[in-house]
Design a binder for this molecule. Sequence first.
Ligand code: HEC
Ligand code: HEC
Length: 152
Amino acid sequence: MRKSALILIALIAIVTTLFSFTKAEENTYKNLKVLPKNTTKQELDSVMKHFSMSLGVRCNFCHVRLENEKKDWDFASDKNEHKDVARDMMRMAVKINKKYFKDENKDANGKQVANAITCFTCHNGKEEPGRIPPAPPRPDQPRPEQPKPTGK
Ligand code: HEC
Ligand code: HEC
C-alpha cells in the first residue's frame, strides 16, 4: 500500500469501514503537510470531524476566516497556531500507534482496523487532556447520598 495511504489510515479511526481508496478524486486543498496531497473531500471531512469531536471544539479552534465581507473560511491558512499544534499531534499519534500498538491496530487477519490511539483517546472531548485523576472517595468520609430513581 502507498505510504501516504498508511498515514491517512493511521489518522482516521474508522477509515476502513468508510472508504475503499479505489477512487482518488482530485481535490482543491492547497496546504496539506501531514495528510496525503490526494486526500478526497470525504476523507478530509471525516478527519476534521474527528478532530472537532475529539477536542469538543468547532472548526474555528484551528482555522481562521478571511477579512472579506462574507467572512469566508480560509481553511488553507496557518494563521491559527492551534493548526500547527494539531499537525504535531497527528505526527505523534501516528508514531505512538506504529511503535506501541502495531498489533492492536490489526484484526486477526492482519487487516487494518480502528487505531488504538486516536485524538479522542487522550482528549476525551476536551481541548486539553487532564493530568491528574479525580480524587478517590475517602473511606473515612461518608459518600454523598445517591439520587434515588424516580420510576419515571
Ligand atoms: C484541532 C484542529 C482542527 C480542527 C478543529 C479542524 N481542523 Fe481542519 N485542518 C487542521 C489541520 C492540522 C489541517 C492541515 C492538515 C495537514 O497539513 O495535512 C487542516 C486542514 C483543513 C482543510 C484543508 C485546507 C487546505 O486547502 O489545505 C480543510 C478544508 C479543513 N481543514 C476544514 C475543516 C473543517 C470544515 C473543520 C470543522 C468541521 C475543521 N477543519 C476543523 C486542523 C483542524
Ligand atoms: C497521547 C495523548 C494525546 C493524543 C493522542 C493527542 N493529544 Fe492533543 N494534546 C495532548 C496534551 C497532553 C495536550 C496539552 C499540552 C499542554 O498542556 O500544553 C494536547 C494539546 C492539544 C492541542 C492544543 C490545545 C490548546 O488548548 O492549546 C491541540 C490543538 C491538540 N492537542 C490536537 C490534537 C489532535 C488533532 C489530535 C489527534 C491527531 C491529538 N491532539 C491527539 C495529548 C494528546
